[in-house]
Design a protein around this ligand. Structure first.
Ligand SMILES: NC(=O)c1ccc[n+]([C@@H]2O[C@H](COP(=O)([O-])OP(=O)(O)OC[C@H]3O[C@@H](n4cnc5c(N)ncnc54)[C@H](OP(=O)(O)O)[C@@H]3O)[C@@H](O)[C@H]2O)c1
Length: 237
């Protein structure tokens, strides 16, 4: 397949390599130009503010789309409406790593168990490289949403603290330094002990592979999907 790469930065170059490995033809999409005719799908690792416009361009060209770019959650409903109205197809994820998506499941199960033991305060800690533009990471927000949905004593995510943490809240903290690819920790601390669940990304290839799998999957479908729907389907087939 000819697959357009929208945003040819660190992640775009990883996607280019994985596409070539899997026998696809990568096409670098130039910023400000229409989405190229003849590309079945576009894969977007660009900038949050560019996502709605990039999706509109791909829809105009009749292409399916995969969004790996993070930080555009508040425009999700608008983008979804545009895709559905056009009869297009889109897969999005704040984290396309297979391991992270399995980690979400582990955290969901742990949170369901630990909410029955209110001595254990949950928290989320994410660590990334100094260049990352959004904080907390989209993955940390997804982990916080899992903890919120579990409905324990501390069920509200607090990302900015101005004094002591509220009784009904849990802390979601971000750290930026050097070249950390992406670490996410979910902890449950009772004061006397602590249970830690952790995912560490060692390279960016895992993210690129997930995005390419999503592109292959959406190429023959319509609709608006999160990556976990794709994984569910791939796991069944
Ligand atoms: N979902 C996941 O699994 C996952 C994994 C890693 C990263 N990400 C996200 O992916 C995004 C990109 O990360 P990155 O590390 O690759 O960043 P990066 O190295 O800064 O690359 C971003 C690229 O997008 C280009 N760009 C910026 N604005 C654009 C626009 N309006 N239209 C088209 N291209 C544009 C930039 O070009 P210039 O340099 O010319 O501005 C650059 O080439 C971030 O949102 C990051 O959080 C997601």
């Amino acid at each position: 397949m000819r697959i357009g790469i929208v945003g040819h930065g660190t992640m775009g170059r990883e996607v280019e390599a994985v596409l070539a490995e899997r026998g696809h033809q990568p096409v670098i999409v130039t910023r400000g130009r229409p989405f190229p005719a003849g590309c079945t799908v576009g894969i977007d690792f660009s900038a949050a503010e560019a996502v709605p416009g990039n999706v509109a361009n791909a829809l105009k060209a009749g292409a399916r789309y995969v969004v790996g770019t993070t930080g555009w959650a508040e425009r999700l409903a608008e983008v979804r409406a545009a895709v559905e109205e056009a009869g297009g197809g889109l897969v999005h994820a704040a984290n396309f790593s297979l391991g992270v998506n399995l980690f979400y499941r582990v955290v969901r199960e742990a949170a369901a168990l630990l909410t029955r033991f209110p001595d254990y305060d949950p928290y989320v800690l994410e660590r990334h490289h100094r260049r990352k533009k959004d904080a907390p990471s989209g993955t940390a927000k997804a982990l916080a949403a899992i903890l919120e949905a579990a409905g324990g004593r501390r069920r509200k995510a607090a990302t900015a603290l101005d004094g002591a943490i509220a009784e009904d809240s849990f802390h979601v903290a971000s750290l930026r330094a050097g070249g950390i690819v992406g670490d996410h920790t979910v902890g449950f601390d009772s004061g006397g002990d602590e249970i830690l669940l952790e995912h560490r990304a060692r390279s960016r290839r895992g993210f690129a592979l997930g995005a390419v799998l999503a592109a292959e999957w959406i190429s023959s479908r319509t609709g608006f999907y999160a990556f976990d729907a794709v994984l569910e389907d791939l796991a069944r087939s």
